[in-house]
Every structure is written in structure tokens, then in C-alpha cells.
Design a protein around this ligand. Structure first.
Ligand code: SF4
Length: 448
């Protein structure tokens, strides 16, 4: 790196949506000729993209800002916590600027104020896919910002505002650039993926010279034409989601929209769902899951739940456990309810005592562990296509392991497929046969 080049240190905290914001800011910094350095010492200024979703994330963000101020002294704060500038400035009055989430221009403005952008004649050195923070073979594709719902436990709409969908032409161009640069798996993210285009009245855009509507169906069909796996996250079960399933069944595991639906149900008791003000809570979920499986037997359904929401009685919780047993979901995450500053649910009556919340969480996870173990055991002996992520060299060749994922496993949140006795390059597709399983993961051998 040129010693005269102005250097920016960058810390990215939070969820995949925040990561996409970080990638955009980094891309812009690189485009303008700034150097990016991995430590506080070598940086002329430090940008911290914060998370403000739950109290522990706020603490992590504030601690990181404090550390950067101590180590470097020149700190710009952006991201979800930045939406509450007073809180940041109260804790750390020395920060130079505070901007909210997806405020790319404001962040760049704050950087310019501290560090003049260098004149750089080599702008085209920035690759068309931008700067990615994920491994080279998968990437998050953000299709919208914000959310039109007002779930009582969530403060995202107050941090990020109402739904704003990106133009479909831009989304498709970014997706195509990523695939052309070697990305093998696109992870579609937003706060509410199935609501894509509602705010623009499903405006028609253009991709490859042909008209495409800003609608999840057309977006999925277009993404399915690219030579990559496409995984849909945060899909709410609106009725039109049913139409995506045949697309998943068609493409199976080879390319296109994977047979994988990440649907955050959060609960099963109607009373609790009403108090949570969840979108699409009245849809007949169990009947729909059965219909999806009939259309696409290989579909993986992932969901997240909250145990111990205010007012949750033992009966509500039992309803949730019965739902879990009946739904036989493939991948499940569960959190004990915790208060988020500013959330409406804080003021609901009858909060569940902490030890009871934890006890319910344990009972929930016990039920799911058995379901998950049985579901994975049923895959032993099957052949499947996997995408390799990493390797672990053993003491002997037989102990070498390639860590991979099948269509059922999203990176970071789901399980893995361990291919024994192989060291395969990351980012390759391989055919394997499953040899054994546990509660979370599968083991496999390579087949021709
Ligand atoms: S759907 Fe609900 S939980 Fe999800 S971002 Fe919107 S308000 Fe928050």
C-alpha cells in the first residue's frame, strides 16, 4: 500500500444486512482510492458499522467504539445503533460523526471531512462485484431495506424505516456481476423478502434488455437463470409464496432457487402471534407446510422462534411444542425473549420470569434436537450435491476433512456436511454419499 494513501480502518458488526452495508461502504472507499487497513494503528480514521438490535449487540457496539477511540482516536459511527445518535454520543462524546443504517453518502461525507479522497487514476481496479466480506464463493444479495410491519418485539422499522425495494435491474445486475466473479451461491436477504416490490407497486425494470417485474416470483425466476445456487432468507408465508415452491422443485439441487425456505414463524399460539403483531400470522401454516412438501419433497424449512414472550402461558408454550412436533421443521433456532430498548412488547403485561424462559427454551431445544437428529439420520445413504467451504488437514490422509454444505444448509446458521478423507478447494461443487449423521451435521464420502 502506498504510504501516502489515506487509510481507513473498518469494523463491521451485526447481521448479514449490516454486512451488505459494510460491503457497499468499503466498495465506495476503494473506488475513491482509500486504503483499507485491518488494524487501528495504521488507520487515519476508523469507521464502525454498528448493530443496535438487542441489548447485547448495543453493548458490543459501544465497547468497540470505546476500544477504537482508545486505540486510534478518530472514529466515525454508522449502522443501526447510529440511528440513536444521542446514545452513541452520550457514551462516547469523542466520536467524529454518527450516521444511521444504509446512509452510505453520509458516511462517505464524514470520511471526506476527515480525510481528503486521493486522486486515483485506477478506479477500474475495483471489481464490478464490489468488495465482499464473505468468502469468495458465496455472497449476500440485499433486495430491500426496512420493513412495513410493526412486530412488537422489534425495533428495526424505527431504525431502518419502511420497506424500500431496490430496482430489480440493479439487483439482477449485482447478482450477475457476483456470479461472473466466481460466486457460487447467492443468499437473498432483506427484512421481508416476500414483500419485495410492494412499495414500488411491483414496478417493471429491465435486465438483459427484457422487462422484469419487481416481484419475488419474477426475481426468483430471473435469479434462477444464473449459474449459481440461490437461497431465500426471511420469507414470510404470504399466499403468493406457494408459487415459489414449484420453482424450487424444478431446480432441485443443481442450480437456481434452492429448495430451502427460511420462514421466521416466531410462535404458534394465535394469541401470542397477535400480541407479537406478526405478518401473515393467520395463514394456515401446518396445512401449507404439508402442501409445500407434497410439491417439493426435498424442501428444507428453517425457522426461528421466541420462547417466553410476555404473556406466554404454559398452554401457549405447549401449543408451540405441539406445532414443532407436527411441523417437523428441518432447521430451527430459538431465543428466550429478551427486552429491546424501545420495543412495544416491553410494556405488555405478564412478563415470564427469566428462569422460566430459560426452562422453556431448553424444553423447546430438546424437542427440536430429536426431530433434527431423525431428519438427518434419514439422509444416511443418500447422494447429494454439496458446495465446499473449507478444509481441515488431519494427521493422516484418512483424517483430512473438507467442510461443505448441501442445499439444506445456509452458511453460518445451519449444519455442515463433512467429507472424510478429502481436501477439496473451497467453492467447488461435489457429489457425495452420506455415511452418518448426528443432531446437526452429516458425514459423507466423495462419489464420482
Ligand atoms: S417483519 Fe417484524 S421482526 Fe421482521 S423486521 Fe419487520 S417488524 Fe421486525
Amino acid at each position: 500500500m502506498d504510504i501516502n494513501q489515506p487509510k481507513v480502518g473498518f469494523v463491521s458488526l451485526g447481521c448479514p444486512k449490516a454486512l451488505v452495508d459494510s460491503e457497499r461502504i468499503l466498495t465506495q472507499l476503494k473506488t475513491e482510492g482509500y486504503g483499507i487497513v485491518p488494524d487501528y494503528d495504521g488507520a487515519d480514521v476508523v469507521v464502525i458499522n454498528t448493530c443496535g438490535f438487542i441489548d447485547s449487540a448495543v453493548k458490543e457496539s459501544l465497547d468497540t467504539i470505546g476500544e477504537a477511540l482508545q486505540e486510534n482516536g478518530k472514529v466515525i459511527v454508522t449502522g443501526c445503533l447510529g440511528a440513536d445518535a444521542d446514545k452513541v454520543l452520550e457514551a462516547h462524546p469523542g466520536v467524529l460523526a454518527v450516521t444511521g443504517p444504509h446512509a452510505y453518502e453520509a458516511v462517505m461525507g464524514a470520511v471526506h471531512e476527515q480525510l481528503k479522497p486521493p486522486h486515483d487514476p485506477y478506479l477500474d481496479l475495483v471489481p464490478p462485484q464490489g468488495i465482499k466480506l464473505t468468502p469468495k464463493h458465496y455472497a449476500y444479495l440485499k433486495i430491500s431495506e426496512g420493513c412495513n410491519h410493526r412486530c412488537t418485539f422489534c425495533i428495526i422499522p424505527s431504525l431502518r424505516g419502511d420497506l424500500v425495494s431496490r430496482p430489480i435491474g440493479d439487483v439482477m445486475q449485482e447478482a450477475e456481476n457476483l456470479v461472473n466473479s466466481g460466486v457460487k451461491e447467492l443468499l437473498v436477504v432483506s427484512q421481508d423478502t416476500s414483500a419485495y416490490g410492494i412499495d414500488t407497486k411491483y414496478q417493471t425494470g429491465f435486465w438483459n434488455g427484457r422487462p422484469v417485474k419487481s416481484h419475488i416470483q419474477q426475481l426468483s425466476e430471473s435469479l434462477g437463470e444464473l449459474d449459481a445456487w440461490v437461497r431465500l432468507h426471511y420469507v414470510y408465508p404470504y399466499p403468493h409464496v406457494d408459487k415459489l415452491i414449484p420453482l424450487m422443485a424444478e431446480n432441485a439441487e443443481n442450480k437456481g432457487i434452492l429448495p430451502y425456505l427460511d420462514i421466521p414463524f416466531q410462535h404458534a399460539s394465535h394469541r401470542i402471534l397477535k400480541d407479537m403483531r406478526r405478518p401473515a400470522h393467520a395463514e394456515k401454516v401446518l396445512t401449507r407446510i404439508a402442501a409445500w412438501r407434497a410439491m417439493c419433497p426435498d424442501i428444507t424449512i428453517r425457522s426461528t422462534f421466541i420462547a417466553g414472550f410476555p404473556g406466554e402461558t404454559e398452554e401457549d408454550f405447549e401449543t408451540l411444542l405441539s406445532f414443532l412436533r407436527e411441523a417437523q421443521l428441518d432447521r430451527v433456532g430459538c431465543f428466550a425473549y429478551s427486552e429491546v430498548e424501545g420495543a412495544v412488547s416491553n410494556d405488555l403485561p405478564n412478563h415470564v420470569p427469566e428462569d422460566e424462559k430459560q426452562y422453556r427454551l431448553e424444553r423447546f431445544m430438546e424437542v427440536q434436537a430429536e426431530i433434527s437428529a431423525n431428519k438427518l439420520a434419514a439422509k444416511v445413504g443418500k447422494r447429494m450435491r454439496v458446495l465446499t467451504d473449507d478444509t481441515q488437514q488431519g494427521d493422516t490422509e484418512a483424517e483430512d476433512i473438507t467442510i461443505a454444505r448441501s442445499s439444506a444448509d445456509a452458511p453460518e446458521i445451519d449444519g455442515a456436511v463433512y467429507i472424510e478423507g478429502e481436501l477439496l478447494e473451497p467453492g467447488q461443487f461435489a457429489e457425495v454419499e452420506i455415511t452418518h449423521s448426528d443432531e446437526h451435521d452429516l458425514w459423507a464420502k466423495l462419489v464420482d
